[in-house]
Design a protein around this ligand. Sequence first.
Ligand code: 0GY
Length: 306
Amino acid sequence: MTTTYEKTPGWLDWYAGPSRPRFQVPEGAVDAHCHVFGPGAEFPFAPERKYTPCDASKYQLFELRDHLGFARNVVVQATCHGADNSAMVDALRASGGRARGVATVRPGISDAELRELHEVGVRGVRFNFVTRLVDEVPRQHLWEVVERIASYGWHVVLYFEAADLAGLRDFFLSIPVPLVIDHMGRPDVAKDPHGPEFEAFLDFMQARPDIWCKVTCPERLSVSGPPALDGEQKAYRDVVCFAQRMVEEFPDRVLWGTDWPHPNLTDHMPDDGLLVDFIPHIAPTLELQRKLLVDNPMHLYWPDAD
Ligand code: 0GY
């Protein structure tokens, strides 16, 4: 018997029929932050989840990849699947080597399971500190996970909100593997990009040379909102100065991703084609674009590729 799910009320489905981007991404570009959801009938959602999404399958993800002109994906385990990584692993297996993964791992995981995750293409674990998405995990558990993954050369992806960085910073800096920060640490873009909150984030990035940052989710962070229907490029203009600053100050440590299928958006679901058109606004030169979309994600996720 298969379980059927009712989506969280107000849940917006991902955007079907995205436009073809005007901006052509460089050859070999990586969408370094995206998810799969289920399908729930095949890969049940976790009992402890905080939301129930629509289905978003690996096939639909790969179709989007090709439509947008990307070569590869990094599939990040979504909280609605808890620590059951099967849907993400299934996507990696089906990708023919064109996807890597970031898993959610609990301390009790066996060596055989960790090895299998590595073999299929997992290269990191995600620690989530956003309380609307997950219950708090004791630090001791996180430490145990770090100890287990370090020998695989994996990194830790951190998801938190800007206001929480001060309380988390020392813990983050004590983690002895590379760190990758989701969505620029979720700045409040109504604030000054040169104000104390974002300066604290930049200061954190400066604290170690192995901290990376995803300049992702303008649609999630923006207050000014999406582009006009004709794609007029005032899109998410309040996010541009934050993201562009990261790209220009840390050109070798930034990553970009669609965040498809965009969990938990309630007002507006982005056209992924227009999200791609946002890239040249934050990475204005060919060199910056190449680092952001190809060199940096390849270094982290496919270091052995030619
Ligand atoms: C994102 C953002 C969100 C959700 C998740 O794993 C998740 O459920 O990451 C969010 O709601 O902000 O990166 O997809």
